[in-house]
Design a protein around this ligand. Structure first.
Ligand SMILES: [Zn+2]
Length: 219
């Protein structure tokens, strides 16, 4: 489905559908901005960029976020804060356990196709409650009540991967989950896979440590 109405409402005036945006920031540069921002965050030297009135006004007609971030809804993992970014910098998809369902995938595709965003980061975090709940569900052989079931069912394959690894099961499942989510996105057609093979889009994976504030890249 073409999101023509959404595009008209928020895409840059120069946007031209699925074409490559020549002005878009290269994925390597986007990643460098994230890592530099996280280094400031860890050191307690945040600069809170892009949060002025002028920035807000400049974004009212168009946006060109440099990175799509898929991360957990956990209140301790707000990407704009831990990467020291501002308005218009990140296109964020947050779901408990940083999993991607159809609606989340559509959101990612929108940013890649219509906003020209070229970097995609899947970010897990230590002590993730959604992952821990899924590990507990697997141990008990019973899923949580309500719609939490949907979240756990998407995380469960990563728990299965992690069982083959030595060490802490939850920590390993967090890492495995980032890898699985990224693999799913890499294979996703028709929007993401062709962009990845042409080098227009790059996927990165990382884990945020709640204790240190540091984001460590997995790939
Ligand atoms: Zn979490």
């Amino acid at each position: 489905m073409r999101l023509s109405k959404m595009k008209a409402a928020v895409a840059p005036a120069s946007s031209h559908g699925g074409a490559h945006h020549a002005s878009a920031i290269a994925p390597e540069e986007a990643l460098a901005r994230l890592l530099a921002g996280n280094a400031r965050f860890c050191a307690g030297k945040t600069i809170h960029p892009h949060q002025t009135l002028a920035r807000r006004k400049s974004l009212s007609r168009a946006q060109a976020p440099h990175t799509i971030v898929v991360c957990c809804s956990d209140s301790r993992v707000p990407p704009e804060l831990l990467f020291d970014q501002g308005l218009g910098d990140l296109f964020v998809v947050r779901v408990a356990g940083n999993v991607v369902d159809e609606a989340a995938l559509g959101s990612i595709e929108y940013a890649a196709e219509h906003l020209g965003t070229r970097a995609l980061l899947v970010l897990g975090h230590s002590k993730c409650g959604a992952v821990k709940a899924t590990v507990d569900a697997w141990k008990k052989g019973a899923f949580p009540e309500g719609h939490v079931y949907r979240v756990a069912s998407l995380i469960l394959p990563a728990v299965s991967d992690a069982r083959r690894l030595k060490g802490d099961l939850v920590a390993n499942a967090v890492t495995a989950n980032v890898r699985r989510v990224a693999s799913g996105l890499r294979a996703s057609r028709p929007v993401l896979a062709p962009r990845l093979s042409r080098g227009i889009l790059k996927i990165y994976g990382a884990v945020y440590d709640l204790d240190t504030g540091r984001v460590s890249r997995l790939f």
